[in-house]
Design a protein around this ligand. Structure first.
Ligand code: ADP
Ligand code: TRP
Length: 334
């Protein structure tokens, strides 16, 4: 039996980019793991959000939103182990242990830290201005998330590969000290199919650009966003190259193959207007995610039951983590 583990950082305002790029593929992977009899672990990495978000109400709100979102999108908490990171103290004891086997230079190379340093330098600020140890140690906590559960595989987007490599390095370093397998070396599995969905202005769809189509919006809200997708003013009848048209890239990222082919042909031949394509896109969005809103709102309104599920998940997680940690401590402390 393999252990497959994924962490989700709570981020707020979920949009279709998050859904198609992260939520849907992660849940599909979970279903596959469940069907294959593997152990599937999925958790909300709320302490990972703490380095940039200190507001208690806001932190809890985005944790709640992401937990309800994954459940609404089909994560099965009976089959997958689903918990909040902060509810599993074993992870943090291992984090403390791991600090002692982690070369400082490894953390210096972490891209989140390097990006923060570059920003400081660009502004003429001192190297470490405004950088807390939570950001600096971000990959260390992530290594503990993974290593506590002796994870075999960690499905991630490309941007997280470096973090799993750091977990591999730390595990390898600790194993070398004791000449035995204290920690299981995890493998990352890159989710290649996770493509970047553009937003309504053509840049990557991102909450920080204000160019999103909301995942759990009302039909009116989703429609408003779709109608706002930027288009050019080419003649409706002019044959067009679909690859140069933003609306087509959105169709490609969202719609099924038949609709995508129809739009492609309509553009290539000319005669299919942007208004028509927007209507088709809206219909596809509603077909695929329109039904999720009600379930999501229901979980949000009954968060106590979601918290019960998360608490149950934490119990299951701790039942795995505690003996793993005990074995590690036996090696270190005798
Ligand atoms: P945002 O850019 O809105 O701040 P996050 O960085 O919080 O989104 O992303 C959360 C998850 O959603 C990540 O796994 C990320 O790869 C995925 N994601 C975000 N935006 C997109 C997008 N436009 N296309 C595909 N995946 C995306
Ligand atoms: N760092 C990941 C992200 O930003 C979230 C995460 C935290 C994670 N711990 C993890 C992912 C462990 C996989 C395994 O998206």
């Amino acid at each position: 039996m393999k252990t497959i583990l994924t962490g989700v950082k709570p981020t707020g305002t979920l949009h279709l980019g998050n859904y198609f790029g992260a939520i849907k593929p992660a849940i599909q992977l979970g279903h596959q793991a469940n069907a294959a009899g593997d152990r599937h672990i999925m958790f909300v990495a709320n302490y990972h959000a703490l380095n940039y978000l200190k507001d208690t109400a806001q932190l809890n709100q985005i944790t709640k939103e992401v937990a309800c979102a994954y459940l609404a999108c089909g994560l099965n908490p009976e089959k997958s182990i689903f918990y909040r990171q902060s509810d599993v103290p074993e992870i943090f004891e291992l984090t403390t242990i791991l600090t002692n086997y982690t070369p400082k230079g490894l953390m210096n190379k972490s891209h989140a830290y390097k990006a923060a340093v570059d920003k400081n330098h660009a502004k003429g600020n001192p190297t470490d201005a405004g950088i807390n140890m939570g950001l600096y140690d971000y990959p260390l906590l992530m290594a503990a998330d993974i290593l506590t559960f002796r994870s075999d595989e960690v499905p991630v987007g490309k941007d997280q590969v470096q973090h799993v490599e750091i977990a591999q390095d730390i595990a390898g370093a600790m194993n070398a000290v004791y000449g035995q397998e204290v920690l299981k070396i995890p493998a990352y599995v890159v989710q290649e199919f996770a493509q970047v969905l553009p937003g309504t202005d053509g840049r990557k769809m991102s909450k920080s650009y204000g160019n999103v189509i909301p995942l759990f919006g009302t039909e009116a809200e989703i429609k408003k966003a779709v109608m706002g997708i930027q288009t050019d003013c080419q003649d409706i009848n002019a044959p067009k190259n679909p690859d140069e048209i933003l609306l087509f890239h959105m169709v490609q990222g969202i719609a099924d193959a038949t609709v995508t082919a129809e739009v492609k042909e309509g553009l290539e031949k000319g005669g299919m207007g942007y208004g028509t394509i927007k209507k088709m896109l809206l219909a596809e969005i509603m077909r695929q995610v329109g039904g999720l809103r009600e379930t999501y709102m229901d979980y949000m309104a009954h968060y106590d039951t979601v918290q019960d599920m998360l608490n149950e998940g934490a119990k299951k997680a701790r039942a795995i983590a505690a003996p793993n940690l005990a074995k590690i401590k036996e090696v270190i402390l005798g």
